[in-house]
Design a protein around this ligand. Structure first.
Ligand code: TXA
Ligand code: MG
Length: 316
């Protein structure tokens, strides 16, 4: 890693966005808000910028990144959309859905962004600041979650600074993220496959396509870092399915199961998703082991349980 840099905190106004866009065009890294989590953005057409993303996150390997586009029309310039991909994009973009699609020959994306694969993960984010930055930068922006590899994803600007201050050029302050979980990743095809559960319930994808979506990769595809077992890990241990805290534990509640923090006292899964990563960070600051109440396995609960089980998995 190169020497520490002074990370600028930019406001999401015209001068802040102009500065952020200028930094992106100069191959620098800018963290920015999306509706899912904060992304660590770099120019997706520039291998040097993309390499810096891996360097800043200390990602163990060159896994492919999600490329953010301003619109479906722009996305069609870099990837091939079949009828299913068109249907999903029309139904759910802008929004928390990433589609893995064949790269067009004339796409001019940096090879590193897709780790040399013939496919690329694309997403049109539903956040005014992300949209404004994409427009101002004028290039597709590659962006994984803006946290050091393996740690909890950031849903607020102070989370980004806690992990990456001094390692990135800037963060644009857009307040808390509304969804709070990374995007759902789908590879359209026969059958369509779910590569990562996320902010869009998989049921909604299946309903749109009119057929079931299979879990996971077919085996010959890459597995994602989001699919590594220990991920989103707090410093302390995590115990799932808890009804109450044991001595010495702090408790993350849900619904009627109360705790030091409750993800959603009314049992609302959307609210719970939005609160999840911030709550884990707050409990982690106590330095105590964390007990977590059961969260139902339907709708967004599937992605919430996915992230919780990774937080609880044995560390490498
Ligand atoms: O919500 C999100 O998706 C956030 C925000 C910032 O947009 N981004 C995010 O990106 O989570 P990232 O890079 O952390 O996750 C990208 C995931 C990885 O698990 C990667 O392996 C998978 O997408 N992926 C990317 N390209 C792929 C490809 N060609 N084939 C299969 N999986 C791919
Ligand atoms: Mg991540």
């Amino acid at each position: 890693m190169t020497e520490a840099i002074n990370t600028e905190v930019l406001q999401p106004d015209s001068s802040g966005l102009a500065r952020a866009a200028e930094l992106i065009r100069r191959r620098q890294l800018v963290a920015f808000p999306t509706e899912t989590v904060y992304g660590l953005g770099g120019n997706a057409k520039d291998d040097r910028a993309v390499a810096r993303i891996f360097e800043a996150k200390e990602r163990p390997s060159f896994n492919p990144l999600i490329v953010h586009m301003p619109s479906l029309a722009a996305a069609r310039q870099v990837a091939v959309f079949d009828a299913d991909a068109e249907a999903l994009a029309r139904a759910f973009w802008p929004g928390p859905l990433s589609l893995v699609l064949p790269i067009r020959e004339d796409a001019a994306l940096a090879p590193l962004v897709s780790a040399g694969l013939p496919t690329v993960a694309l997403r049109v984010p539903d956040h005014p600041v992300a949209q404004a930055l994409l427009e101002a930068a004028g290039v597709p922006i590659a962006a994984p979650s803006a946290n050091p590899s393996g740690r909890i994803s950031p849903t607020r600007p102070d989370h980004v600074l806690a992990g990456l201050s001094g390692r990135i050029a800037a963060v644009v302050d857009g307040g808390p993220c509304s969804v709070g979980l990374e995007s759902t990743i789908i590879a359209p095809g026969n059958p369509p496959r779910l590569l990562r559960p996320g902010g869009l319930p998989t049921d909604a994808v299946a309903a749109c396509l009119g057929r079931p979506v299979l879990n996971g990769t077919s085996g010959d595809e890459i597995t994602s870092p989001g699919q590594m077992r220990s991920h989103y890990a707090p410093g302390a241990s995590v115990r799932l399915g808890a009804i109450e805290a044991r001595p010495g534990e702090v408790m993350l509640g849900f619904g009627d199961v109360s705790g030091d923090i409750n993800l959603s006292p009314t049992g609302d899964l959307t609210e719970a998703a939005a609160n999840l990563f911030h709550a884990l960070r707050q409990l982690d600051r106590t330095g105590k082991p964390i007990a977590v109440a059961p969260v139902p396995l339907h709708g967004l609960g599937i992605a919430i349980n996915d992230r919780l089980s990774r937080a609880a998995a044995p560390r490498p």
